[in-house]
Design a protein around this ligand. Structure first.
Ligand code: SAH
Ligand code: SF4
Length: 421
């Protein structure tokens, strides 16, 4: 989502303000830091980065802080780092033109509605397009700062999404990546009243009707909203890539209640098994937090149990980080930091073993790969339909092509192979 916000900012600045991109900080007239505030560490990093940029930037160059930490800290950023010229919240990126022109500009209003705003066009990759389908988040997960930084959830009108997808497809993007904090809750609230009801499954079907679109991905869906209609559309629509992110957070029903996730361990397992039953080659990824307040050894064993049962293809695991404005930060049963670190190490070690076993099974398998990235050593990379990263020897002419690859050397994080058709 931050990558997409950065694309919007670049689009606005290049089409309206005559800026061009550079990766050379010393050449830049404007340095933008697009921030995350989900965990504490990136927030500390922000201030050390501002210090570094301030020392090396050219005379008169501006520094702007955008994104969730901008929303969360607001003008405290000016106090802590006087070299910052403007602060622009995660929901306010369309104000970037005003921000660059006005000294000490600040806008962090989370009620500002950008859901009908058509941004200028800019994509990091010509081969795939990120498209926001909603902004904000209506959930109140007790550990999470996002609803406080991105505001309430509003779905972007489907006509606007389809129009963006068509434009992207006609300019080379065969893959469309739909973004939202809670994508399968799509259609719950629009900024203006609509007569017709629409949900996420309907939206997937609408986008799949664009002839030039060959692949559709999305993140993040919420396990609570994985009803049968959604899972069946996911399984049966051939353009929807067979890789599902199912953010578990915890395997303990008790902790899930404390987190206010709205589902139980049993519901999660039922949904994951239904998916595996419908689509044998589906890949399932997840997010897990360890050390949430009150997490006992037994609760953690429940998480390990889900790890064993689902055999996730990718796990993003985090040690719980108490965030300001969240309910869980007030809980009095915080877990000892060393215990949480030990649990994280154990979980990651076990997951690595699971991934090694999954990788071994992929030897000699064939996958359709959409090549979109040049790598060092004459390698080209792309993703299989079920989201494995696959690398082959080759050069530019492979980019933008969908080709069959046989896996010859499977590793945990990347499968090496050769083109067979
Ligand atoms: N909307 C997405 C999550 C966005 S935040 C969802 O519901 O899945 C991305 C991930 O960061 C979360 O899934 C969670 O695993 C992690 N996270 C959020 N708040 C956290 C916190 N306070 N401490 C540690 N990890 C956190
Ligand atoms: Fe945060 Fe929960 Fe919303 Fe995800 S669904 S962004 S974890 S509040």
């Amino acid at each position: 989502m931050n990558v997409r916000d950065s694309e919007h900012i670049i689009a606005e600045l290049s089409s309206k303000e005559n800026y061009a991109l550079t990766q050379d900080v010393q050449e830049a007239d404007l340095i933008l830091i697009n921030t995350c505030s989900v965990r504490e560490r990136p927030v500390h990093k922000l201030f050390s980065e501002i210090g570094t940029f301030n020392k090396i930037k050219k005379e008169g160059a501006k520094i702007g802080v955008c994104g969730c930490t901008a929303s969360h800290l607001g003008d405290e950023i000016f106090k802590k780092a006087p070299s910052v010229n403007f602060v622009l919240g995660a929901r306010n990126v369309s104000k970037i033109s005003q921000a660059v022109k006005n000294e000490k500009f600040i806008d962090t209003d989370i009620n500002y509605d950008e859901s009908t705003y058509a941004f200028g066009e800019y994509r990091n990759s010509i081969y795939k397009a990120y498209i926001n389908i909603s902004i904000g988040c209506d959930k109140q997960c007790t550990y999470c700062i996002v609803p406080h930084t991105r505001g309430e959830e509003i779905s972007i009108p489907p006509e606007l999404i389809v129009q963006e997808a068509k434009k992207a497809a006609l300019t080379g993007a065969r893959e469309i990546f739909l973004l939202g904090q809670n994508v399968n809750n799509y259609g719950r609230r629009f900024s203006q009243k609509r007569d017709q009801k629409i949900d996420f499954a309907d939206l997937l079907n609408m986008i799949s009707e664009i002839p030039q679109v060959e692949r559709i991905r999305f993140t993040s869906p919420h396990p609570l909203h994985m009803d049968d209609k959604f899972l069946e559309t996911f399984a049966n629509n051939p353009k929807v890539c067979k890789s599902m992110h199912m953010p578990l957070q915890s395997g303990s029903t008790h902790i899930l209640e404390q987190m206010k996730r709205g589902y139980s361990k049993e519901w999660f397992l039922d949904r994951a098994m239904k998916l595996r039953g419908m689509i044998p080659d589906v890949s399932i990824s997840t997010d897990i937090i360890v050390g949430f307040p009150g997490e006992s050894d037994e609760d953690f064993e429940d998480t390990m149990d889900v790890l064993e049962k689902v055999k996730f293809d990718q796990v993003f695991s985090f040690k719980y980080s108490a965030r300001p404005l969240t309910k869980a930060a007030e809980f009095t049963n915080q877990v000892d930091s060393q215990i949480a670190s030990d649990r994280l190490t154990r979980l990651q070690k076990r997951q690595d073993e699971i991934l090694d076993a999954i990788a071994d099974e992929k030897l000699n398998k064939e996958y359709e790969v959409y090549f979109d990235e040049l790598r060092n050593n004459s390698m080209v990379a792309g993703r299989s339909d079920n989201n494995s990263l696959i690398c082959v020897k080759g050069s530019e002419e492979l980019l933008g092509q969908l080709l069959k690859v046989k896996v010859t050397n499977p590793k945990r994080a990347v499968l090496y192979g050769e083109i067979v058709g």
